[in-house]
Design a protein around this ligand. Structure first.
Ligand code: ARG
Length: 683
């Protein structure tokens, strides 16, 4: 077969596929609209068209089949089913992701205009603040023009942009599209469409954008028994919880795991010390309130006393072989730690399931044998190690078995990933720890792939974060140089937040109960928000003064903003029920530029949530929350919601604007909820 002939066949195939797709979409549209057309005179005609189209589709599908078998290249390229584009506003609910739909529209337009390009780039972004650039932009013309030039096809980005524009189907989302500058496609949203979405939210509440439900394992918090839970664990706890909340909101099946450091050689000395200090520990629970001190004592003995050291090692062996007395001692020590950790989780409202390293003991035995049998382990000075890539020793290897026969953190993480893949049947595997452990997880992933535990398309997602610094930009410490105890840190937050509320005279207007509620919401909210609002990869400076500032992007400012929005309708004595009822007849209508601007920010909620659920960067959600609040302020400055006379009596109520306030408050509340921050009605 000559090249020219093959090329022609390929072109015919691709043309036939495209025609088939257009018809398929048309068919979808007709069947979706069936009900609304039932009483329409056009129904007859549409049904007839439907029959004709079905017939043509069958012919074309057959043609595609024939062509595909003759043209070798088409066989390897599977035909992806293109999403059906939205054709009718009333079929849309409040959870639609506009960016996603625009991508679908332009994917269609671009592949129609340039069917000879394989996977042409579909670049869509939100436009900047300048209204001249539209609301969204399609910036595909430049890269496509480059691709064409590389094929010796003469063109320029503006021409490409115009060609794309000509193939763009009309959509109820879009008011108009302009070609601008060097070939940008500026997209302007349709007001009626945005109004419809907001009215849906008002009437039916906030619903998550539809995504494929996945089983997701999130490993976070994970402090170590008998050691201090430090600020690093606090970051992991806050970030991990918020990641879970995001994924849960999207209806995923999320398993929250606390991978406690509850196994290892340090337990030998702890148990030996316990036996000496509290010989009757099995009958009388020993009063260990300060496990850190207990740890220090046993460590001191371990380092100084040979006899004790020997006993400690024996205890480790006995622990691993499951000796009942030793297990009882170990359980006791773990329980003391757990109770301490739980105090933190209760205060911060964190739900998590304890499943520590000990859970994997028998699995480690099994998995080490498995790795050995498959020839994946190498001997290295008495240890057994495993390389992610045996031909490339750029990264460090895992230590699977120590020279004394013991297992390590690496061993437990190999068993952990296997258990999560095989028993938990996870689709996503997320680990939230400090950025310092990044290499560890890269190597675990590589080794898990090499061992066939992780399949090709599966990955391990390490959510790393930077260290917490004090205001002096040095490692976070107390004034006396000790590590900061988390409970004490939370207590200080409570104290400072109360001071702040009193400073603002809130104690005079709130009841004691309301004040306490506000104090806790502000204290824990500000600690969480300060952490989440920074790009997690960077180190961050812990400063109560900054996080309790009531100006700028802080939890305090945002919580105040929300209570103010909520109070607008309350002072006008308009209930939410009343607004919802009115929404069924009148609904939100944009009459002022500031309302329109706010509306366009509000409908971006699904887009922001989907982004966060993909890249797991929570600061995007915080920035969005802040943007809502500042855009709302702009709206409220410019637009009356309630008009009063000189006597302060209400003379006019703008219901549509109160509806906009209500939707704003709902979305803000949902954002707070996902960030794990409690809101209050008064503060
Ligand atoms: N306990 C570890 C630490 O304190 C974190 C564990 C993270 N999870 C894991 N599967 N390795 O650093």
């Amino acid at each position: 077969m000559t090249d020219a002939h093959l090329k022609e066949l390929e072109e015919r195939t691709s043309k036939a596929e495209k025609e088939a797709k257009v018809i398929e979409e048309e068919l979808d549209r007709i069947s979706n609209d069936d009900l609304s057309y039932l009483n329409d005179a056009r129904l007859e005609k549409l049904l007839a068209d439907n029959e004709k189209l079905k017939h043509r589709l069958a012919i074309l599908e057959n043609a595609v089949k024939v062509e595909s078998t003759t043209s070798s290249k088409s066989i390897s390229k599977p035909v992806r089913k293109r999403p059906t584009l939205i054709s009718d506003i009333s079929s849309v609910e409040g959870n639609i992701c506009i960016l996603e739909e625009l991508k679908n529209i332009f994917e269609f337009a671009i592949s129609s205009a340039y069917s000879n390009l394989v996977d042409p780039p579909v670049v869509l972004t939100l436009s900047g603040n300048n209204p001249k650039f539209g609301d969204y932009q399609c910036n595909s013309a430049m890269p496509i023009s480059q691709l064409l030039k590389a094929k010796n096809i003469k063109t320029n980005p503006r021409e490409v942009a115009n060609n794309i524009l000509n193939k763009t189907p009309t959509s109820p989302l879009i008011e108009r599209i302009e070609v601008a500058g060097a070939g940008f496609l500026n997209i302007y949203l349709n007001k009626a469409f945005v109004e419809h979405i907001l009215n849906c939210i008002l009437r039916f509440g906030i619903k998550p954008p539809p995504v494929k439900r996945e089983r997701i394992i999130v490993d976070f918090s994970s402090p170590n028994i008998a050691k201090e839970m430090h600020v690093g664990h606090l970051r992991s706890t806050i970030i991990g919880d918020s990641i879970c909340r995001t994924l849960e909101f999207l209806n995923n099946d999320v398993l929250r795991i606390n991978h406690l450091g509850d196994w290892g050689t340090q337990f030998g000395m702890l148990i030996a010390h316990l036996q000496d200090k509290y010989p009757d520990f099995k009958i009388h629970s020993p009063p260990i309130s300060d496990l850190q001190a207990f740890y220090k004592e046993s460590k001191k003995r371990f380092d100084e006393d040979e006899q004790f050291k020997k006993r400690a090692y024996t205890c480790v062996v006995q622990l691993q072989s499951g000796e009942p007395d030793i297990i009882a001692a170990w359980k006791l020590i773990c329980e003391v730690s757990r109770q301490e950790f739980q105090k933190i989780y209760d205060r911060l409202d964190i739900k998590i399931i304890d499943r520590g390293e000990s859970f994997y003991q028998s699995r480690m035995v099994r998995d080490v044998a498995f790795l050995k049998e498959n020839g994946l382990l190498e001997e290295d000075e008495g240890r057994l190690i495993m390389w992610g890539n045996p031909d490339n020793h750029d990264n460090i290897p895992l230590t699977i078995v120590k020279s004394d026969g013991g297992f390590t953190y690496d061993t437990s993480d190999m068993s952990t990933i296997r258990q999560r893949v095989e028993d938990e049947k996870g689709d996503r595997f997320i680990y939230v720890t400090d950025a310092g452990q990044h290499t560890h997880f890269v190597v675990i992933e590589a080794c898990a792939k090499r061992a066939g535990i992780l399949k090709d398309q599966q990955k391990l997602e390490h959510v790393g974060f930077g260290v917490v610094l004090g205001e002096d930009k040095k490692k976070f410490k107390t004034r006396s140089g000790d590590t900061v105890k988390l409970i004490e840190l939370l207590d200080e937050g409570l104290k400072r937040s109360l001071d702040k509320l009193i400073e603002k005279g809130r104690d005079k207007v709130l009841t004691a109960e309301e004040l306490k509620e506000a104090q806790e919401a502000v204290a824990y909210g500000c600690i969480k928000y300060a952490d989440l609002s920074h790009n997690r990869i960077n180190d961050y400076i812990f400063s109560f003064d900054k996080m309790l500032d009531d100006k700028g992007n802080t939890a305090v400012y945002l919580l105040y903003a929300l209570t103010r929005i909520r109070s607008i309708a309350r002072t006008a004595k308009v209930s939410v029920a009343e607004l919802m009822k009115k929404a069924q007849t009148t609904g939100i209508k944009f009459t002022h530029e500031a309302e329109w601007k706010l509306g366009k920010v509000l409908v971006r909620f699904p887009e922001v949530i989907l982004k966060v659920s993909n890249d797991l960067f929570l600061h995007t959600l915080c920035e969005y929350l802040y943007e809502i609040s500042t855009t709302f302020t702009e709206f409220y400055d410019k637009c009356y919601c309630v008009e009063k006379n000189k006597e302060g009596e209400i003379v006019n109520i703008f219901y549509e604007r109160l509806m906009l306030c209500e939707v704003t408050a709902c979305i803000m509340e949902k954002c707070f909820d996902i960030l794990g921050i409690k809101t209050v009605s008064k503060m």
